[in-house]
Design a protein around this ligand. Structure first.
Ligand SMILES: [Cu+2]
Length: 153
């Protein structure tokens, strides 16, 4: 094989690898995450809430199917509604639509992630990994700061 042929072969291989890489993450790179934080646990409480903003910069709606973290036995997506008599109620949802071109926020006092079965107390200053599973984008790991109060008010 001539040097020239080797050169072109190398280019062809790297091009096809690049195309595969793009195809594999086509939807993953449409999602952007920000303001991820988890409320520090209080005393021996093994329950807390987590928050983040998910922005879908793509042209297709995606669906958040589940959230998991090693530090909690179970993580649910909770929606908060104003129920009868102005009482705030929260209920778990199976999945959450992230519309194309829009942001969905889990934030303090509204929709949130509910972490239950926490073995080790979560202290302010710690960081935990949240694994978000999307229908199109697949699994995305987001670092969340542990804090006593909203660091992004
Ligand atoms: Cu809740």
């Amino acid at each position: 094989m001539t040097v020239m042929r080797q050169f072109f072969l190398a280019i062809a291989i790297s091009l096809s690898a690049g195309v595969q890489l793009l195809m594999g993450s086509a939807n993953a790179e449409d999602l952007e995450f920000s303001k991820a934080w988890v409320r520090a646990t209080i005393g021996q409480s093994n329950v807390t809430a987590g928050y983040l903003v998910i922005e879908n910069k793509g042209k297709k709606d995606d669906l958040l199917l589940s959230v998991q973290t090693d530090v909690a036995a179970k993580t649910e997506m909770h929606q908060t509604n104003n129920g009868d008599g102005g009482v705030m109620r929260m209920r778990p949802v199976d999945d959450l639509r992230i519309p194309a071109g829009q942001s969905v926020a889990f934030r303090s006092g509204a929709d949130h992630l509910m972490l239950t079965g926490i073995e080790t107390p979560l202290k302010a200053g710690d960081f935990i990994d949240l694994t978000l599973s999307f229908k199109l984008a697949g699994d995305e790991v987001v670092k969340a700061q542990v804090s006593r109060r909203d660091p992004y008010p």
